[in-house]
Design a protein around this ligand. Structure first.
Ligand SMILES: CC(C)(COP(=O)(O)OP(=O)(O)OC[C@H]1O[C@@H](n2cnc3c(N)ncnc32)[C@H](O)[C@@H]1OP(=O)(O)O)[C@@H](O)C(=O)NCCC(=O)NCCS
Length: 205
């Protein structure tokens, strides 16, 4: 999970910006919205098998209770049920619902990209979860794909996320989807756990 809002998102983004500047090619600073070039992105879309029963769609207001209920999976890390509800309801985040046989079985959330951030434009995956009985079927991967495509369409060049260093399932999921470890953040979560910061280049056409 990420740390948007009251847990220091601004400070974290400033820090990320410094890290990213050190690794990114120094090509100057764009104007506002300067990286939104439709058609520039070439993410390879993998469709789920037709008989998998899996799909994903943008979340609406009616999904708030589902998102809230599923957010309990993050409680070991801090009061994320309240935090995620706040992000979802305030419109500070964009959420997606993962469906299995047309029934909500997971969700993913990314932070809105601010036009005020400068190069390189970075989107953040704030949370992703799948209910236990629907895991290992590819639903998280499908939602991650939706997040990546949305972020790229909004002009992001990279996607970052934070996940607990002890979260083997999440770490493996992200590594198999092309993320690499950028940094370890000590005591990142409200409950004190360390997090891995991972990053993925969303690619160029
Ligand atoms: C992490 C999580 C979202 C994965 O959801 P999922 O739908 O099971 O993931 P997928 O089926 O798309 O898995 C894709 C790949 O990720 C890896 N993976 C997923 N779960 C794994 C596990 N428990 N152990 C090892 N690798 C795992 C595998 O490589 C898997 O491919 P495979 O099944 O072909 O081997 C889910 O376990 C979850 O909700 N956990 C609790 C919430 C959480 O920790 N979220 C992440 C922090 S923000």
């Amino acid at each position: 999970m990420g740390q948007q809002g009251r847990y220091g998102k601004y400070g974290e983004h400033k820090r990320m910006e410094r890290l990213l500047r050190g690794k990114a090619p120094g090509t100057g600073r764009p104007g506002r919205g300067g990286f939104f070039r439709p058609g520039r992105w070439a993410l390879e879309r993998k469709e789920p098998a037709p008989d998998s029963g899996l799909s994903a769609r943008p979340a609406g207001r009616a999904d708030a209770e589902h998102v809230h209920a599923m957010s309990r999976m993050f409680r070991a890390y801090g009061p994320y049920q309240d935090i995620l509800r706040e992000w979802h309801e305030s419109g500070a985040a964009i959420a997606f619902i993962g469906l299995r046989d047309n029934r909500p079985a997971g969700f993913a959330m990314m932070g809105r990209i601010s036009a005020a951030w400068h190069f390189p434009r970075v989107a953040e995956l704030l949370a992703i979860a799948v209910e236990p009985s629907s895991r290992r079927r590819g639903l998280a991967g499908l939602m991650l794909q939706e997040v990546e495509e949305t972020a790229a369409a909004l002009g992001a060049e990279r996607l970052i996320l934070h996940t607990g260093v002890d979260n083997v399932a999440a770490r493996t999921l992200f590594l198999t989807h092309g993320f690499t470890v950028l940094d370890t953040c000590r005591a990142f979560y409200p409950e004190g756990q360390d997090a891995l910061c991972m990053i993925k280049d969303l690619g160029h056409a």
